[in-house]
Design a protein around this ligand. Structure first.
Ligand SMILES: Cc1ncc(COP(=O)(O)O)c(C=O)c1O
Length: 345
């Protein structure tokens, strides 16, 4: 059996998901006829305290649909410089919504209030109009943004008449880390995208939730993006299991990530602050891995022992815990880390 630490996106659908997918009652969702999709959208909206939600194929689709729905072409979106929309969505904001992005240096995913205040454009002949502020929580750098920080941004944006969109791909991880309900996080934003895949194990799908008129428009824009799906209840059935049964278990992923982080600090040459492991993503650096060839040797060392890891990014490794990694696997990973990093020094 492979232990796959590359990402929580590698999770497999559970046996229960496969069963309900096989048995799902479906209809043509473009007609609004699929009862399983309708139930997923209802439950999803309820869990984040919004009026409605629309089912989309992926997190990237949901974020881009939010931009496309909120923003007029040629306007500007303020967001963190390391956020997923900037770093990992293939520049889609300029292609689909036709917006200009204005990245804010955002240490640990937190948008500094004063910079955002400065970045909100005044009406001017030369400047694009600001149309949206985007937040990400939990952040894909493994950090969690506090409710107080979110409050500050929400109040500032509201004062300027701007909506706030949340990339909440891992909103339930953030909720566990903050010890609050996902609803409390989403309440600080106007729209929220969250994933049913990743830690929640559904094979496909995300939801974009928000006010009723926003969701109506998003459904139309989803059609433009080619995302109107037909008997999508097959997928929504797994999504319902994700939302009903799988959010609670994220605490186990966090606990295991923390254990991994703490144990890694004891390995000579490995650098990390375990307090910064707030969700299921452990980031650590191993400066020797910046040397050419060293990083590849380390990943091969793991692969030979049936453990998949990504090559480090500028010397920084990321290990993700998820449903496929239990306590036993954590022990195996730790033993392998000790050997791999001892060998590499
Ligand atoms: C914070 C964040 N947003 C959005 C996404 C995109 O999700 P998807 O891979 O389903 O497009 C990811 C994926 O890992 C993510 O980490």
């Amino acid at each position: 059996m492979m232990i796959d630490l590359r990402s929580d996106t590698v999770t497999q659908p559970t046996a229960e998901m496969r069963k309900v997918m096989a048995e799902a009652v479906v209809g043509d969702d473009v007609y609004g006829d699929d009862p399983t999709v309708n139930e997923l959208e209802r439950l999803g909206a309820e869990l984040v305290g919004k009026e409605g939600a629309v089912f989309v194929p992926s997190g990237t689709f949901g974020n881009q649909l939010a931009l496309f729905t909120w923003c007029a072409r040629g306007t500007e979106v303020i967001l963190g410089n390391e956020c997923h929309i900037i770093q990992h969505e293939a520049g889609a904001a300029s292609v689909i919504a036709g917006v200009q992005t204005r990245p804010v240096p955002a240490p640990n995913g937190v948008l500094p209030l004063e910079t955002v205040r400065r970045y909100i454009r005044k009406r001017d002949l030369h400047a694009p109009a600001t149309s949206l502020v985007c937040l990400e929580n939990a952040h894909s750098l493994g950090r969690v943004v506090s409710l107080a920080d979110m409050d500050g941004i929400k109040a500032l944006a509201a004062g300027a008449g701007l909506p706030v969109h949340l990339d909440g791909a891992r909103i339930f991880n953030a909720a566990h880390a903050l010890g609050v309900d996902a609803r409390e996080i989403a309440a600080r934003t106007d729209s929220v995208m969250f994933c049913l895949s990743k830690g929640l194990c559904a094979p496909v799908g995300s939801l974009l939730a928000g006010p009723e008129d926003f969701v109506r428009e998003a459904r139309y824009k989803r059609k433009i993006m080619g995302g109107g799906m037909r008997q999508a209840g097959i997928l929504a059935a797994a999504g319902l299991v994700a939302l009903r049964d799988m959010t609670g278990r994220l605490a186990d992923d966090h606990r295991r990530a923390k254990k991994l982080a703490r144990a890694l600090t004891a390995i000579p040459g490995v650098l990390l602050n375990p307090d910064e492991t707030e969700i299921n993503l452990v980031f650590f650096s191993f400066p020797q891995a910046e040397e050419s060839g060293e990083a590849k040797k380390i990943t091969e060392f793991f692969a030979e022992r049936n453990i998949l890891i990504n090559l480090p990014d500028e010397g920084v490794f990321r290990f993700a815990t998820h449903h496929g990694i239990g306590d036993e696997e954590i022990e195996i990973i730790l033993e392998t880390c000790k050997a791999a990093f001892r060998e590499a020094r």
